[in-house]
Design a protein around this ligand. Structure first.
Ligand code: XIL
Length: 342
């Protein structure tokens, strides 16, 4: 048997994973075995997003979320519900809305219904997800256009009223970068100034194994915790492949072959890349442990490589290897490098 992540970091921070519904049942026995041994926090990867849980005006699919709540209770796993207000994975009836009054009615119903139903049953909600642009201003979205710039404060106000026993978070990617971080700081201050509760901020953590912005991440931990909110890493995965937006262009062109090949490593991740991945995770977890008093949770975006969304993003069908467990659920060298930091 292998060491346990949640045991290793039990005095430091929660260790979470994103899961899909099959992984808590016999349909995926390897995942079902591994999850309670390794993790004490879970985020549903898709099943509580608007398109799934609220597909029509008066239509809700609570079944999967209810099952997840039971699962969490049984295994002492804290659930972070994900997510109430996000521009993506919206159902068709919302995407097509032209009337701001209808959208506001939807917004109120959606937040109130879900936040109240799961209050005291989930540990936390990602209330608003990805509301900022990389330059730190508010991202264009149906919510910004039709409800105005106070929609984020309003989302937290509604969530607070409906879920007094649930922690409420803002979640986004790239908010370790200075401009976007400044936008997130301004947002958190605005929510607090309005007298509305926000308990934490989630830095998603979709980075590239060879290019982790450690200095920016460290400054973000300090800056966000200085606001008096919990700091979490909520969707951690380290791509071993280049992305179109990588800031180090020289490196991208040097590895351009890998960026377009569907399976750059047909014989599995080579030792040299296992080492890069292990080093990336080691550096990151050394930083997390250094600031463990300021970090409440680190959640991986998936249990094993086969589940990772990076097999479809940003290059559809490209095989990636970003997590601690391989496609056969074996612990990779990166798993042991993480354990060694604890
Ligand atoms: C992703 C899921 O992993 C995929 O299965 C789905 O097709 C798209 O969404 N930021 C988020 C997550 O907040 O909800 C996204 O999850 C990944 C990026």
């Amino acid at each position: 048997s292998i060491p346990s992540l949640k045991e290793t970091f039990k005095n430091d921070f929660l260790i979470g994973t994103a899961i899909n519904p099959a992984q808590i049942e016999e349909k995926d026995p390897a995942a079902a075995r591994l999850i309670p041994m390794q993790f004490n926090a879970v985020t549903p990867e898709n099943s509580m997003k608007a398109a799934f849980i609220h597909p029509g005006w008066d239509q809700y699919n609570f079944t999967l979320a209810d099952q997840l709540v039971e699962y969490g209770k049984k295994h002492h796993i804290k659930i972070t519900a994900h997510t109430l207000i996000w521009h993506s994975q919206l159902p068709g009836f919302v995407r097509g809305m032209k009337n701001p009054d209808s959208l506001r009615q939807y917004f109120t119903n959606h937040i109130t219904t879900l936040a109240s139903r799961y209050d005291g049953k989930v540990f936390s909600w990602d209330v608003v997800n990805e509301a900022l642009d990389d330059n730190g201003s508010l991202r264009q979205s149906i919510f910004l256009q039709q409800l105005g710039e106070d929609y984020i404060v309003e989302a937290f106000r509604l969530a607070q009223q409906a879920a007094p026993h649930t922690e409420l978070y803002y979640n986004d990617y790239n908010i370790e970068q200075p401009k976007k971080r400044a936008g997130a700081i301004a947002l958190i201050k605005k929510i607090k100034k309005a007298g509305v509760r926000i308990d934490g901020v989630g830095i998603q953590g979709h980075w590239r194994a060879s290019h982790i912005p450690l200095a920016e991440i460290e400054q973000s931990i300090l800056d966000f915790s200085a606001l008096g909110v919990k700091v979490m890493f909520t969707e951690l995965d380290l791509s071993v492949l280049p992305n179109p937006w990588d800031r180090d262009n020289a490196d991208v062109s040097a590895t351009a072959d890998n960026s377009t090949a569907k399976d750059p490593y047909p014989n599995g991740l080579p030792d040299s890349m296992q080492t890069v991945l292990a080093k990336g995770y080691e550096d990151l977890f050394n930083l997390f442990v250094k600031h463990k008093d300021k970090i409440s949770r680190v959640t991986f975006w998936g249990v094993n490589d086969g589940q990772s969304w990076l097999n479809n993003f940003p290059v559809r069908g490209r095989t990636n290897y970003p997590l601690l467990f391989d496609r056969a659920f074996n612990a990779k060298p990166a798993f042991y490098s993480v354990i060694a930091t604890g």
